[in-house]
Design a protein around this ligand. Sequence first.
Ligand code: NAD
Ligand code: TYD
Length: 350
Amino acid sequence: MKNMLVTGGCGFIGSNFIHYILSESGYKGRIINVDKLTYAGNPENLAGIDKKFPGRYCFVKADICDRQAMEMVFEKHQIDSVCHFAAESHVDRSIVEPDAFIKTNITGTFNLLELARSHKDKILLFHHISTDEVYGSISDGSCFTEDTPYHPNSPYSASKAASDHLVRAYGTTYGLPVTISNCSNNYGPYQFPEKLIPLIILNAFEEKALPVYGDGLNIRDWLYVTDHCKAIWLIMQNGKRGETYNIGGDCEMRNIDVVKMICDLIEKIMPRPNHPHLQELITFVKDRPGHDLRYAIDFSKLQTELGWVPAESFETGIKKTIKWYIDNKNWVDRVKSGKYMSWIKQQYDL
Ligand code: NAD
Ligand code: TYD
């Protein structure tokens, strides 16, 4: 793999992946990052990377749904591998405005697959980044395996499920070398503060309400983003073509416990004498429609076949994350000057 197309590289996981690939992975080739720069895409996440790695990074602002623009990228940069992150990624938005999810997540993925098919002689791998949410909600005591039937419940997860099926079908029908990874909830640096963890951290810094949907008893499995990036790279190098790998953090937590832990850690890291306890800011708000109760991942296939296990525990990862948001106040201020807060306030009557 010499010319790797990374889609959505200015988003949360994509930018962490590019940092990891160029700095730590041992990959010697070039990264061509194609991103449409939606509200969630932030080139600042990769500021200075082209100078740090001369000749190894190139940015193209384009929409993956634009077949002509993407054809030019494949041709001009002699793309030989694809790591496909670009997506609309926020469940709440998918409930209010599903159109963009169908376009980018399904049609956009289809476009890339068609391009990969027409350049099949050069394509060594098409790796598709997906989510555990395609499996739906699972009851206590069991975990999603790669064989769990798909049962997506939100427009977001349904669109990701559709894209997974297309990727697998292109592997089977056209012999395209594909791999798919389905990962649990990520957290870490550069995450846009519409998702639970950065939203709670940043609201807590400002002593604003900490919104918890419903009764806060929904369970998610949490994974530090760099662990996800390492797993993706391992699968890209050594994963069996045509296969799916689940990636998880072995870290199931109820939302309310995540929020309380963040409150307690912030109070320890930044003591605030004479202020009310942050936990007092927790505000239960109306529940998300179709809110999945529990996600839990069995990643034993990835562990057994490729030797991957997460390096970070939730405690070590969340401490790093809180510190990152403290140390990167300028990034936070610039991101917050956008419109995300007003959208959230409007949705949840805060
Ligand atoms: P994100 O919303 O932070 O970033 C998405 C990026 O894709 C942005 O840079 C955006 O500008 C870009 N993009 C959106 N539409 C585009 C289009 N039409 N053309 C080109 N670029 C476009 O998302 P994320 O959290 O980094 O997630 C990345 C991928 O990982 C997604 O496919 C998501 O489904 C998957 N995933 C995310 C999580 C998680 O917890 N965040 C967990 C598992 C899987
Ligand atoms: P989120 O970060 O949006 O990820 P996902 O919906 O993909 O799992 O939400 C994580 C969990 O936190 C989910 O159960 C919804 C809940 N949640 C809140 O309780 N409050 C919030 O403000 C947000 C954004 C999410």
